[in-house]
Every structure is written in C-alpha cells, then in structure tokens.
Design a protein around this ligand. Structure first.
Ligand code: CA
Length: 339
C-alpha cells in the first residue's frame, strides 16, 4: 500500500510557478499549438530530459554519470504515474485496516523482532517503539509494500513537469471521470506541487545514490518518489537518514536503518519537546500532513503501548507467582526471549 499513497513527506516548499487556472482551457490551447501531441510511443528519454541533464551537471553531478543514466533505454517519461497522483483522494483511503486486531498483532510481533534497533532508537532519540512501528505499518505495511514504481523515471518526469508538452501528456492521462471528481483548480495545484519539488528530489536522489553506491535505475518506490520502508523522499534521506546497522551506508530498505531514520526525523522535529497528544500529533504532521494519517499512527502506537503494558503486567504476575516478592519492575517492552 506504500505510504497510503499520498503520504510520505508531502511537505515541500512549493515554489510558485506560473500555472494556468483552468486546465481545460490550457489543454485546449496546447492541443491547438502542439497538435499532434507526442504519443505514448514517443516517451523515451530524449528530448524531454536533455535540458534536465544539463541542469544536473551544472549543479555539480558528474557528466558521465548523468549521461550514462539517461542513455539507458529503461529511462522514460512516465506521465501516467504523475497523473495517477492527481486523481487520488486520500480522504477515502481505508486507514481502519491498520487498527484491526490482526494489524495490531503484526505490529506487536514486529516490535519483538526488532527490539534491539527500536530500543536503540528510543535511547538516542526519545521516540517510543510503538510510534516508529506505527509509522512503518501505515507507510509500507512494515516493509512489505515499498512501492513498485521506478523512482528515477518518476522524479525525472516530475522534474520536467513544467514543460508544456509533458503537462499535456499528464492531463491526457486523466479520464473525463477523473477530471470530474475534482475542480481544475485542485488538479492544477496538485500538479504544481509535484513539479515544484521534482528537480530538488531528483538531484537529492542522485546524490544519495552516489553516496551510498546505489544504482538509481534499480530503486523502486512510491508514485510520489518516496523510498524504502519509511517512505522518505530523497531530500529527507540526506537530512534525517541514519545508518542504524552500522554498515556505513543508509539503506532505507533495511529495517535497522529505517527505524533509526524515522526516530531521527521525529527527534529533529521536536518529538521530545512535545508534551501531550495534541503536541505529539503536530510533530507527526511533519511526517505526513494528513489528519487521518496522524490519527491512525497515534492510535496504533497507543494500542501497541497498552498491549506492551498489559503483557508486562501478566509477566510480572507470573514472576510473582513463581517467586513471591522477587519480581522487579520491567520496561514497557517485554524482555527478549532467551536464545
Ligand atoms: Ca546501514
């Protein structure tokens, strides 16, 4: 389910671009100017990405690296993916699925399996395990659904989204029904936000790939460009990504790194300074601006905490029954099984 789609750090400082107020009129005008518009079989890298490559090199990326990437036949424009994001309505997504007994049970087992990383993150960043795990659950079902889209193509398409031909292709990918569900104004704003962050995220992604010896063409993620178990946008990997397993690289497809990175993100957004549900939820809003998302993460974290407390209580009672008067207080997380 990958980050409930629209999740994942939707926060960006959207650079305001001149954009038509009426997409309908805009599309008609473009159709007249550009007819016939490029078809689906003309979506190879060239010529859409030519200026983009120049810009990346001018901004410091190695020319040979950039050229080799864009020469690869796997690289292409993906207007359908960009269009799909414009028609999604997060309000109708089913967040209840994360609060079922089955989901809570899975999350609780995840806490057990990754206890060491979670406790380390709590020590370093003050973020409780339940909160981290709740985020990973809602983002990617604990790493099971990290996204199937080729990130390099997605971000490259966003980065050239201010090209009128690209915008036409994106709009043509929306069905009349899609167009009816929202006003042109809303569609326009959604597209504008993605265009505004496209280049910055692409550049951050390539820098991340270089730094961590990752093949950019091999990375798959969400249709919004978010990556890994915690669904970080690339610009956030550099800011908040942490090497949780100590292997020298940040790999958000690894659980230890994902856990450490979520804790780092929340810590740097003042989790420890936030007191009470309202303040904590305000911090979570930095992770995802959706109220539904935040309420769900908070509720799941609370259930995990209550469950851990209940388990502790029953363990303590068993210990007291076995050795009356000897039981000691234990942490909110039940102790590890002995191997
Ligand atoms: Ca690592």
């Amino acid at each position: 389910m990958c980050c409930t789609g629209a999740s994942s750090f939707a926060k960006t400082d959207a650079r305001k671009l001149p954009f038509p107020r009426s997409l309908g009129m805009f599309a008609i005008a473009l159709g007249l100017i550009l007819s016939p518009s490029p078809g689906a079989d003309a979506l190879g890298a060239s010529p859409f990405f030519a200026k983009l490559q120049e810009r990346l090199v001018a901004d410091g990326l190695e020319a040979q690296f950039v050229q080799t990437l864009y020469d690869n036949p796997l690289v292409k424009l993906e207007p359908e993916i960009l269009a799909a994001n414009l028609k999604r309505s997060e309000a109708v997504l089913n967040y209840d699925q994360f609060l079922t007994p089955t989901a809570v049970g899975r999350a609780a087992r995840y806490v057990e399996q990754h206890r060491s990383a979670l406790e380390g993150a709590q020590r370093r960043n003050g973020v409780p395990p339940g909160v981290i795990v709740a985020i990973l659950m809602v983002e990617t079902s604990l790493g099971e659904q990290t996204g199937r889209f080729p990130i390099f193509n997605v971000l490259s398409t966003m980065a050239v989204g201010d090209d009128p031909q690209v915008q036409t292709l994106v709009l043509e990918s929306l069905s009349p029904e899609d167009r009816k569900q929202q006003t042109d104004e809303v569609i326009s704003q959604r597209l504008e936000r993605r265009i505004a962050r496209g280049y910055q995220e692409l550049k951050a992604f390539l820098e991340y790939a270089r730094r961590n010896q990752v093949d950019p063409l091999a990375v798959r993620g969400s249709s919004e460009g978010a990556i890994g178990i915690p669904q970080f946008l690339p610009s956030n990997i550099g800011l908040y990504g942490k090497d949780g397993d100590g292997d020298g690289t940040v790999d958000l497809f690894k659980h230890d790194d994902a856990i450490a990175s979520v804790a780092s993100f929340l810590d740097m957004h003042q989790w420890r300074q936030a007191h009470g549900a309202k303040a904590k939820k305000r911090v979570l809003l930095h992770y995802n601006r959706s109220k539904y998302y935040v309420d769900t993460v908070y509720a799941l974290a609370k259930r995990l905490k209550n469950r851990a407390v209940a388990e502790n209580g029953s363990q303590q009672r068993r210990a007291e029954a076995a050795s009356p008067g000897q039981a000691e207080s234990i942490s909110a997380i039940p102790p590890s099984p002995q191997h």
